[in-house]
Design a protein around this ligand. Structure first.
Ligand code: AMP
Ligand code: MG
Length: 318
């Protein structure tokens, strides 16, 4: 396994590896992805092996353009096209009936496929150079914290990937927002890096999937327990009194807690939800490595990116 910076030369090398059936971890604007040729079932199977991911949990395909993305769907309904035009490239994943081009291993046998066009320049260059969609779920071990740096990937996946492209810290820091359409209406499958409010401005009110956050046919990958740190996570109200104790760590939204904790992370001193989302997984990785047995995590306001943060915290606490 190699770890290389995202220079044009290394991106070319990564694209060649992917075309040859290799597996490459790379930065996107959300979190690091573990990528393989989306049209090569054997290469996609390696993603599941390296992540120890159950085969019923489908992958997201990363495309270089709306045009390429459209070839992966059976057809693109008008409201979906509006979202693509407004938000791609960006942290929005669309789930629609798949075209025959998409192998079953990518969708875990579902009739629908999840696709997005990433905004991170290295990710876009990589997908473009590969000349095919890249299947890439988050580059973590299944059920563990998502990676927002190349070091996080290395720590969890070690020598699993053939190459890790290091593009620094990811800008958004939480996974993409996943939207599907039922009878032409948008349905939220997973809150994420694109605030729901912005989607609703373009698409109208988005319903929440009946089983979102649970294991359900609508969002098979959205297992209740997911994104889990090794320590036990407890969600508390901001400023709520908790006993620090020797083995407790604290994840604050904007104000440092009173009392002596083993480790403390503040997501955003200015109380900014975007900044907080970008810092979330890194902060949890740090609290986890402090050796704490319990992490107290403060609730954040449940709008904008706060929705994605609360979703990840609840799963980590489950
Ligand atoms: P990750 O990139 O690791 O967050 O994993 C991709 C996630 O996308 C999965 O866990 C699923 O929740 C979601 N996903 C992928 N394909 C589909 C699909 N066809 N229908 C619903 N959700 C999907
Ligand atoms: Mg994931």
């Amino acid at each position: 396994m190699k770890l290389l910076k995202t220079t044009p030369r290394n991106i070319k090398l990564a694209a060649a590896l992917i075309k040859a059936g290799g597996v490459v971890a790379f930065p996107t604007e959300t979190v690091y992805g573990l990528g393989a040729d989306g049209f090569n079932p054997a290469a996609c199977a390696r993603i599941f092996e390296i992540k120890r991911r159950p085969r019923f949990d489908p992958l997201i395909l990363h495309a270089a353009s709306i045009k390429q993305a459209a070839t992966l769907f059976k057809r693109v309904p008008a409201p979906a096209l509006r979202l693509m035009k407004r938000f791609w490239p960006g942290p929005l994943t669309l789930v629609l009936p798949k075209s025959a081009a998409v192998p079953d291993i990518v969708t875990a046998g579902l009739a629908t496929v999840a696709v997005r066009v990433p905004a991170n320049p290295a990710a876009r260059a990589l997908v473009k150079a590969a000349g095919r969609p890249i299947a890439a779920p988050s580059a973590n071990s299944f059920g563990r914290l998502s990676p927002t740096t190349a070091a996080h990937v290395k720590k969890q996946l070690g020598s699993g990937p053939d190459l890790i492209l290091d593009g620094g810290k990811t800008r958004i820091g939480v996974e993409s927002t996943i939207i599907t359409f039922i009878k032409g209406r948008p349905v939220l499958l997973r809150p994420g890096g694109l605030p729901l409010e912005e989607i609703e401005k373009i698409a109208g009110t988005a319903a929440r999937a009946p089983g979102a956050g649970r294991r359900s046919p609508a969002a098979p990958g959205c297992l209740k327990k997911h994104y889990a740190p090794a320590a036990k996570l407890r969600i508390i109200a901001p400023g709520q009194r908790v006993r620090p104790g020797g083995a407790a760590a604290y994840l604050a939204f904007s104000k440092r807690p009173a009392g002596k904790f083993r480790a403390v992370q503040v997501l955003s001193a200015g109380g900014d939800l975007r900044e907080a989302a970008a810092a979330l997984f890194s902060a949890l990785h740090k609290l986890e490595s402090s050796g704490a047995r319990t992490i107290y995590a403060e609730k954040v306001p449940p709008h904008g990116l706060g929705r994605a943060i609360m979703d990840r915290l609840k799963r980590a606490a489950a």
